[in-house]
Structure formats: C-alpha cells, structure tokens
Design a protein around this ligand. Structure first.
Ligand SMILES: NC(=O)C1=CN([C@@H]2O[C@H](COP(=O)(O)OP(=O)(O)OC[C@H]3O[C@@H](n4cnc5c(N)ncnc54)[C@H](O)[C@@H]3O)[C@@H](O)[C@H]2O)C=CC1
Ligand SMILES: Nc1nc(O)c(N)c(N[C@@H]2O[C@H](COP(=O)(O)O)[C@@H](O)[C@H]2O)n1
Length: 230
C-alpha cells in the first residue's frame, strides 16, 4: 500500500494562531493505547509504524526547529534529523533541510558525548539553560563543540520560561517549531496554551502501568481534547 503524504506537504506551519509574535508550534508524539510514550525506566519504544514515522520526518522537514527536553536527550540520545526516501518527497522538493535542534535543559546536563554534537550531525544544537550556568565551564565546553547555549529565566515551576523561549526563537528567525517530547515537555506545552497543531500517533499496543505516561497532570489530561485541534 502506498500512502499519500501531500496533505502534510501542502499544509503551512508558519501561521500561528497566537496574537503575539512567536513561532507556530506543532506538538507531536507517539503513545500506546494506555497513554504511554516509553517503557519501564524510560526505555525507548518504537511505537510509530513506518507510515507514521514517515509523517514525523516530513513534519521535521517542514519546521524550522525541533524541540525536546534534556530527559529525552539523556534517555534516547536522538539525532533529530530528517531521514526520508526519495519516494516520500514530492517532485521538486529540493535538497533536504534539517530542523534546528532545540533542547530545554534547566540544569545544563547536556552530555558532551551526545550524537547531536558529533561532527556528522548536520546542525549543532541550541541549548536553553538557566542563569546559574551562564559562565560555567560546562557551557564553555558545549560551545567549544559547536552548541549555542542561551540563558533564560526560569518560570515559577523551575522550568525554562516558554514565553522567553518563544521571543528568543522569533528573534533568531525561527518561525515554526515541532515539539517531540518527552513527558515533562509535552505537559508544559499543553498547559501553556501555545500549541497550534497537534499530531498524535496511537499505536495499537498496551505498555502497562510501569511505562512513562505522556501526560501526568490530571488537569492537562482533562483539557487536551477540548483545547487542541487535531
Ligand atoms: N514516544 C514518543 O513520541 C517520545 C517519547 N519520549 C520519551 O520521553 C521520555 C523523557 O521524558 P522526560 O523524562 O519527561 O523528559 P523531557 O524530555 O520532557 O525533559 C524534561 C526536562 O526538560 C527540562 N525543562 C526545561 N524547561 C522545561 C519546560 N518548560 N517544561 C518541561 N521541561 C523543561 C527540565 O530539566 C526537565 O527535567 C523518554 O523515556 C523518551 O523515550 C520522548 C520523546 C518522544
Ligand atoms: N514519532 C515517534 N515515534 C516513536 O515511536 C518514537 N519513539 C519517537 N521518538 C522520538 O524520536 C526521537 C528519536 O529521533 P531520531 O530517530 O534519533 O532522529 C526520540 O528521542 C523521540 O523524540 N517518535
């Protein structure tokens, strides 16, 4: 069976529904029937099938930036690149452009051995951390390896302020950002009301109670399907 992905190519991800200046936000992740995005102790699971994975990579191609939390980097060591076959690209698409990786990392735990810092990685990550790390040796080491480290204030819950993040991304010409996870980041974005598009893959499997829930906060859970446009 062949799948037509034109609906994803035709869609613009640059128009935000928000009044204020800020990038268009697409939230997308894969979960099991019981709402889990990873296994026991965060074990990475391949929940997407081939077609859904292709859709994910088309979304990566269509966005200026891709965002994950440091928990995902430490657990999965992701590449966050676009990997598509020529059959999946419409004719005349031109060369593949990889999105800018953005990492939310309040305590600057980003490992200097991460795949995102390898010379073979097409785009160096932008890491957002808190003022306490503004002149640390770790920051200098990451910058020497090619990362850009931005310092932003924390919000009341001790996380990077999403408002501050958004204006910094806008100032740096990021007009669209795809948020992939993990669990804490998904909850933060759902709570923030900043999500413009939501693409959820549901795999026909149960992971069980030891798995990592996509959304832990009961209040967020209740509001997901009322507020997000699917
Ligand atoms: N199935 C899927 O589609 C995906 C699954 N995952 C899974 O998610 C798990 C990781 O999830 P978590 O441990 O929750 O880590 P996470 O990736 O959500 O990162 C959380 C960390 O980000 C930092 N952070 C800074 N500002 C933040 C903000 N405003 N909001 C939230 N976090 C902020 C904090 O240091 C926090 O500890 C892994 O097991 C991974 O495999 C991750 C992405 C996609
Ligand atoms: N779309 C999707 N489906 C799944 O089943 C997944 N486990 C994920 N995980 C996300 O993809 C990242 C890995 O990216 P690379 O293949 O290394 O480029 C992983 O860290 C999660 O963000 N996504």
């Amino acid at each position: 069976m062949t799948t037509n992905y034109d609906f994803l190519f035709e869609r613009s991800f640059e128009q935000s529904n928000k009044d204020t200046k800020g990038p268009h936000v697409t939230l997308t992740y894969a979960q099991s029937l019981d709402g889990k995005i990873a296994g026991r102790h965060g074990q990475q699971l391949i929940l997407s099938g081939a077609q859904s994975m292709t859709a994910t990579h088309i979304l990566r191609l269509k966005h200026d930036a891709i965002l994950v939390g440091i928990g995902t980097v430490l657990n999965d060591d992701p590449r966050l690149t676009v990997r598509l076959t020529s059959e999946d690209l419409p004719k005349g698409s031109g060369p593949i452009r990889h999105p800018q990786p953005i990492i939310l990392d309040s305590k600057l735990r980003f490992p200097t051995t991460a795949k995102l810092l390898l010379p073979t990685s097409p785009t160096r990550p932008w890491i957002f951390t808190s003022p306490i790390h503004s002149s640390s040796q770790k920051k200098a080491n990451l910058e020497r390896l090619g990362a850009r480290v931005f310092v932003l204030d924390l919000d009341l819950s001790g996380h990077i302020s999403l408002e501050g993040l958004f204006s910094t991304l806008w100032e740096n010409n990021i007009r669209s950002v795809m948020v992939e996870g993990g669990a804490s980041v998904i909850s933060s974005f759902l709570k923030s009301g900043l999500v413009d598009s939501f693409l959820l893959t549901i795999a026909p499997v149960y992971v069980g109670k030891d798995g990592v829930s996509a959304v832990k906060d009961a209040e967020v859970k209740k509001n997901i399907f009322q507020e997000a446009s699917i």
